[in-house]
Write a new protein. Sequence first.
Lengths: 518, 506
Amino acid sequence: MNHSLTILTLVPLVGGIIVAGLGAGRNNLVRGLSLFFSLIGLTGALCLWTHFNGTSGELQFQEKFPWAPHLGVDYFLGLDGLGLLMVMLTAMVTPLAILVSWSMNDRAHIYHALILWLQAGLFGTFTALNFFHWFMFWELGLIPAFFLIKLWGGPKRGPAATQFFIYTMVGSVALLLSFLAIWLATKTATEPGCFDFITLAGMAKSGLLTTKLQTAFFGCKNIGLIIFFGAFLGFAVKVPVVPFHTWLPAAYSEAPSAVTMLLTGVMSKMGVYGFLRILLPIFPEQIRHVLTPLLWLAVATIVLSACAAFAQRDLKRMIAYSSVNHLGYCLLAMFAAVGAATGVKDAAIQKAAALDGVMLQMFNHGLTASALFLFVALLEKRSGGLRGLEDFGGIRKVAPVFTGLMGIAIFSSLGLPGLNGFVGEFLVFKGVFPLAPWAAAIATIGLLVTAIFLLTLIQRVFCGPLNARWAQLPDLTTAERFLVLPSIILMFVLGVWPQLILGTIDATVVKLVEKITF
Amino acid sequence: MLAWTIYISFLGVLVLMLLPRDAARAARIVALFTAVLGCGLALVGAVQLAQQGNVGEAATIVKTAWIPALGATYYLAADGISLVLVVLTGLAAIAGILFSWNVEKRTKEFFAFYLALIGGVYGVFLSFDVLLLFVFYELTIIPKYFLIARWGSTRKEYGAMKLALYSFVGSHLVLIGLIAAWVVARGQLGHASLDLVELSKVAFPASFQHWVFPLVFIGFGILAGIWPFHTWAPTGHVAAPTAGSMLLAGVVMKLGAYGCLRVAMVMFPEGAHEWQWAIAALAVTGIIYGAGVALVQRDFKFVIGYSSVSHMGFVLLGLATLNTIGLDGAVLQMFSHGIIAGLLFAVVGRMVYDRTHTRDFNDLEKMNLGKLLPFAGVTFTIAGVASMGLPGFSGFVAEFQVLIGAWQVFPKMTMLAGVGIVVGVAYTLRALQKAFYSDTPPVAPDGHDHHDDHPLEPISTPERVGAVMLIAASLVIGLFPTLLMDWIEPCFKSALFARLLNGGGQ
C-alpha cells in the first residue's frame, strides 16, 4: 500500500523532535534543519500534485487499515482536490514562515520544533478521513500555536494565547460531543459506530443519519439540529464566523509574524476545510433547515469584519479583520450552495461555481494574507516594532520595491482582476447571485469597504509626504526580494491562469455538489 | 505469578525493616527493586493470562479455605479489569519511588510504609473474596495515614486524620452492607459464602438492593472522591509527600472506584439501575465542581488535587451509564488518570515544591520556572495536555468512551460534562501559565534578582526516568488503546457483569 500521506505527516513531526533535541545554542543548525524538513514537505506536496489525477473526483493515495476495532476506528487517509490544495498551501507557507523568523534567536530550537509540529498537525488534518485521528491532528495543531503565541508573542501575548486556546477548545468539545452522538446513533447491536467521514456523508445523503439520530435519542425531533449546531460551533470558532471571532484579532496581532502567517494562511483554512469536508456533506439537511440564519451570519461576517478592519489603526489587526472578511465569502458561498435552489436555472452549475470559488478563495487568501503579514513583518523589522497606520507615510519614496510588491499583494487582497484574489471572489459571487440574490447583494458592501480600507492603507503608509523619521528606511534586500517573489509570481499566475487550480478541484467539486443535492 | 505481586511487596517491607537505621541508599534500592519486580511480575502475569484464554472470565490464581464458618476463602483471581489496574499499580509504584529518591528523613520506614500500601493495593485488585478484598482495602489505610502524617507538608496531621476518618466511615458503610448481604445470601444459598462470583449470582430482593446498594456504593465512592464526600481528597493530596499524593490520586482513588464496580454494582445490579441517575448527577456535579474549584486555587497542588476530583467524576459517570462502552471508558479512565495524575503530582511536588519550597502561584509567577527548569515545564505541559483530554493521550480515549456511554443514557448531563472539560482546559492553562510561563519579570523591584542566591538543583535522573515512563505509558495507550481494551472489553461480556448490563433483571 502507498504510504505517501503518512510519510508526509511524519516528516515534520519527526523533524520537530530532532530539531528540539538539538538543544539551545546551535541556532544555525536548528534553522537549517527546520528549513530542510519544511522543504522536504514542499517537495513531497509537489510530488503528490504531479501524481494526482485531477479528472477523478475520487480519493487518491488512500491508506486504510483497522486501528481501534472495538471503536470502529480505521486509520484512513486520502486526498481529493480539496485536500491536495490545502496540503500544497501548508507546504508553501511553512518554509516562508521559517525564513521570516531566520533572525530569531530566543530558544530557536523550541520555536522551530513547534512550527514543524504545527505543520504536521495541518498535514494530518487535511489528509485524515476518520474523525478519531482527524480530531487528534486538529487538536495537535492547537498546542504549538498556543505556545508560539504565548512564548514569542507581543506584549499582551498571555491573554491572547489563552483566549485563543479556550475559544477553540469550546468549539472542539462541542464538535467532539456531536461526533460521539453520531457514533452512538450509527452503532448497531453487532457493529461499532461510524467515524468515517465518507460513510457518514453517504448515510446523510440517504437521510438515514437523521433517522438514526432520532431513534437513538428517544425520537427527539430536533436532535439533528442540536448535533449540527455542536459541530458548527467547532468550525465556526476556527474560521471564524461572527460572533465567534473575538479571539482572532488579539491572537493574530500578538503572535510573532511568522506564526500569524501560519495562523491566517493555513490554520484558518482548517475551519473552512471542516465545513467542506464534514458539515456540508454530513449535515446538508440541517443546513438547509436553518439556511436563512446561516446566510445572515455569513453576510454579517463579511460586512461587520470589513467595517471593523476599516476602524483599525494597527496594520496587523487590520489585516486580521480583513482575513475574517475574506473567509466570510467562503461561508456565504458554501451556505448558498447547500440551499434548495428551487427555480434557479442550472442550479448545479451555479453551485459548482460557488464551491469552486470557495476553494480558490481558500488558497488565494492563504497565499495573499500570508504575504501581507510577511510584508508587515518586514516593515516591523525596519521600524523597530512600529506598525500603526499613522506611524508611516511616504514610504514609497525610500522603499519603492517594497511599496510595489506589497502593493501587488494588497491589490490581490482587494480582488483586482488579473490577480489571484479576483478569480475566487468572482466565482463566489457568480454562484451566489442566482442562488441567494439578497445575501449576495448585501455582501457586496463588504467588497466596497474592503476597497476603502485597503486604499486607505496604501495612502497612509506609502503615499503622501515622507515621514522624516523614516528617511533612512532601507528597501528590500536581495534575500528579502527572493523571499517574497514566489508568492507575488503565484498571484499573477493564478490571476491569469486559474485553471491551474480549477483543473485539480473540478472533479472534487462536482462530487461535492452531488453529495449536497437531494 | 500475579499473586506474587502482593507477596513480593510485603517481602520488601520485611527486608526494609531488617536494614540498619541509616541505610538510606540501601533502602531506596531495595524499594525500587521490589517495585520493579512487582511491576514486572504484574506485566508478565497479565500477558500470560491474556494469552492463556479469555481474560473476560476471572482466572483463579489461589483458592483455599480461610474461615469456613463465614464462608470466607483465600481467593485470588484476575480478569481483564484486574489486570489493567494491577499493571497501573506496578507502574505507579515504580514512578512513586523514583520521585521520592530524595527522601532523607527515616528513609527505610518511608519505603516500608510505601511498599505496604502497594501490597495492599495489589491485594484489593486481585481479591475475589469479598472479605479478603475488604481486609486488603482496610490494610491500605494505615500506611496512608503514616505516610502523610510523618512525611507530609502543609497541615499534614489534619490531612492525614481527615483521610483516615473518611476512609473508615466509607469502609464501615461497606461493612454494614456486606454483612447484610451475607445474611441474605446465606438464606438463599443455604450456606455461608463470601465468594464474589457466587454472590454475584444471588438474587437479592429488590427492596433489599434499594437500600444496600447506595450504602456500599457510597462507602466505596468516598475513596473514589465522589461529590460531596470528596473533601478528603484535595487536603489529603496536598498534605501527602510527593510519592504519597501520586499513589493516593493514582491508585488509591481507583480502589474506591474498583470497589464500586466490582462489589456494589456486580452484587446489586437492580440497585445500580435504580440509583443510576443519582450517581450520574453526583458524578457530573463532581466534574464541574472539581474543575471550577481548581480554577480559583492559589496553591499549585490544590489545583491538581481538585482536578483529581473532576477526573474521577468521569470514572463515576462511566460507571453510572451501565452500558458496555461507558464501563469500558470508566476502567480505562481509571488507568489513564492513575498515570496522568501521578505525573502531575510528581511535577508539582517533587520537581517544583522540593526545589522552590513554595507552591503559591504568586511566588511561582516571579520565578520564571519555564526557563529555570525547562524539563519540569515540558513535563507539566505534556501532562497538562494529557489531563485536558486532548487526543493522542490515554485520557482522550477514556473520556471519549465515557461520553459515548453517557450520551446513550443522559444526553443533558453529557453536555454538562462537556462544560466540565472546557473548565478543565481553563484551569490547566492557568496553572501552566502561572507556574511556568509567566511574563512577570524575574527581577525584583529593587533591581536585585533574589532567586539567583539559591540556584535550583537540576532535575535528577530518577525524575527524568519516572517522567518519561509515565508519559510513554499515557501516549502508548492513547495511540493504541486496543492494548488495554482487549483486556477490558471481554470482561463486560462475561457472566459476572451479565446481570448488570441486562437491565438489572434476575
